[in-house]
Each structure stands twice: as structure tokens, then as C-alpha cells.
Design a protein around this ligand. Sequence first.
Ligand code: ADP
Length: 197
Amino acid sequence: MSVRIVLLGPPGAGKGTQAARLAEKLGVEAISTGDIFRANIKGETELGKLAQEYTSRGELVPDSVTNAMVRDKLASKIDGDAQTLGFILDGYPRNVAQVEELDAILSEFGVALDGAVEITADGDIVTERLLKRAEIEGRADDTEPVIRHRLAVYAEQTAPISAVYAQRSALVQVDGIGDVDEVTDRLLAALESFDDQ
Ligand code: ADP
């Protein structure tokens, strides 16, 4: 059985770091919409030019663009039997419409999601982490006003999707505060709760 999960949590909660670690341990690919957008921006592709307009302001890239991108990415991973499709989605879905689109994509492929894992972290801590990362990595969307806007967009559009998965009994929450290894262990333990379903 392949692992099919979405990783939720605020910007700065450590999703990218943990997605990469889980991917390695579980033998599936981590797909980060943020990373795909950044690679396209760097490569100056048409998608990158469009994405930059939004990411530089801390806004979400329009759903039509993001949904098509994720669909293509997942479709490209299906090699014959869709049942072998495994993934950890990091940064998608990010609003309720994207949750519905992911449902539609997976049902078209005839596979189901194991569930959603939310990495929780306090707002002050994530703001602090993001500002620190801004100094180190110099990401274009890591300036203070843009970070604040990203957090506001998260609270308004992304935080509500946890409730959608919770209603389906498909949500586990994991405390994202602590050292990186400890959080990975908590995530791996939390994922076992999906096995019983
Ligand atoms: P963060 O560090 O805020 O978690 P990411 O690295 O996941 O951000 O994504 C960077 C930017 O890419 C987001 O602020 C957003 O503009 C865009 N983006 C990423 N995923 C999505 C998505 N699912 N829908 C729309 N826009 C997205």
C-alpha cells in the first residue's frame, strides 16, 4: 500500500523539512507546490512569471493554475497502475476549493487519500522562524509585510480546511514544536492511525 497524505500547517511550521524526511522514510515523493512555483520562477517559465505576481505579494496563486499543475504532476507519476500512486503533498490543498479539487482528481484516478496530517505551531513562533529564514535564505516572499500577509491568508483560507478533514475523521494533529527528529517521530507515529481505517 502506498502512502497518500497531505501535510497541513502554517507557513514556518516545518512542513517542507518534515515532508522531505517523511518522503525518505516512507519511500514516496514529497510534492511541494511552493517548491514547484519557486523552480518555475527561477527558470523564468510562463508559469513562473504568473506565480511570481502572486507569491511576491503573499497571495495564493489562482486555483485554476495550481489545480492543473497538481493534477499534471500526480498524473505524471502514474505508471500503469494508479493503485501504486504514493505522495506527500506539502502546500496543497490550501483552501476548501482545492480540497474538493484534490478529491475529484483522486477519484478520477480511482485512489483515496489516507488522510491529512497537521503540524501545529504557535503564531509567534512561526513568525519568528520565518523572519530568521528570511535572513538566511533571502526568499523574495520572506519580507516582514509579506510574511504577515501570508499568515493572514493562512488563517483565513487554509486553517479552515483542517475542519473539513476532521469531519471525515481523516485528520491527525502533531505538535511541531521540538527538535526536528522528535517531530518526525511524532509524525510517523501519527500516520499509523490511518492504517486502521
Ligand atoms: P509557505 O512558506 O508560506 O508555507 P510555500 O513555500 O508552501 O509557502 O509556498 C510559497 C507560495 O507559493 C505561497 O505563498 C503561494 O503564493 C504559492 N502557493 C503554494 N502552494 C499554493 C497553493 N496550493 N495554492 C495557491 N498558491 C500556492
